[in-house]
Design a protein around this ligand. Structure first.
Ligand code: CA
Ligand code: CA
Ligand code: CA
Length: 211
């Protein structure tokens, strides 16, 4: 025997699902042009990126990959490379559904030092997710072949932060670039508490009606 969901409860559940996530894309295209400056922090599309040394590539450079837009690039040269950690600006949980990744230097550049991009997701409640993406070596600059690989992620939810690190062929830090991070913003815990309180109240009313 099935137990149909109470119509009001179903309505609230649908509303909750509709309002539960807010999809957007972090493109780095909202940042001012800095001439490929070095950064340790930027905030783009509602997300903060913290690291020891990275660039927002916004100015054409004949040595570097491209997709015709601004993107974040981290380089290993001279031991400069450091992991970059993304968090929602102002805090809060989020999902990461995918991103574009690429090498930093064009094929044939002597500074090339890439192999993989490593993602680590820290979930609310202590869960840790990880993924290693093999870079494809396609890196001919803007135009031509697509330098960036589009990676889809599944189950990267309830995230407090995601750390992005390059890995070179011998396991050290490797160059990489990222762009177009597909994010879903989850409502604040306070909003959840209100939703749950609302569901509990409707459930209580539904039970009273049945009895
Ligand atoms: Ca971009
Ligand atoms: Ca590539
Ligand atoms: Ca290209």
């Amino acid at each position: 025997m099935t137990c149909p969901l109470h119509p009001v409860l179903a309505g609230i559940a649908a509303l909750s699902l509709a309002g539960a996530a807010n999809a957007s894309v972090v493109t780095f295209d909202d940042l001012p042009v800095s001439g490929n400056n070095i950064f340790t922090f930027v905030s783009s599309g509602g997300f903060d990126f913290n690291g020891g040394h990275f660039h927002i590539i916004d100015t054409p450079d004949s040595r570097i990959v491209g997709n015709g837009t601004q993107f974040l690039g981290a380089e290993a040269a001279g031991g400069l490379g450091k992991a970059v950690t993304m968090t929602q600006a102002g805090g809060g949980l989020f999902s990461l559904d995918g991103l574009d990744v690429a090498e930093l230097w064009r094929a044939g550049e002597p500074l090339n030092d890439f192999y993989q991009v490593s993602l680590t997701g820290n979930q609310f409640g202590g869960g840790v997710l990880s993924m290693l993406i093999e870079l494809d070596g396609v890196a001919d600059g803007p135009g031509g072949a697509n330098d960036f690989q589009t990676i889809a992620l599944g189950g990267w939810t309830n995230l407090m932060s995601v750390t992005i690190t390059g890995v070179n062929a011998v396991g050290g830090f490797g160059d990489y670039s990222i762009d177009n991070l597909l994010v879903n913003v989850v409502p604040e815990p306070g909003t959840y508490a209100l939703m749950l309180a609302g569901l509990g109240l409707v459930g209580f009313m539904a039970r009273r009606r049945i009895s």
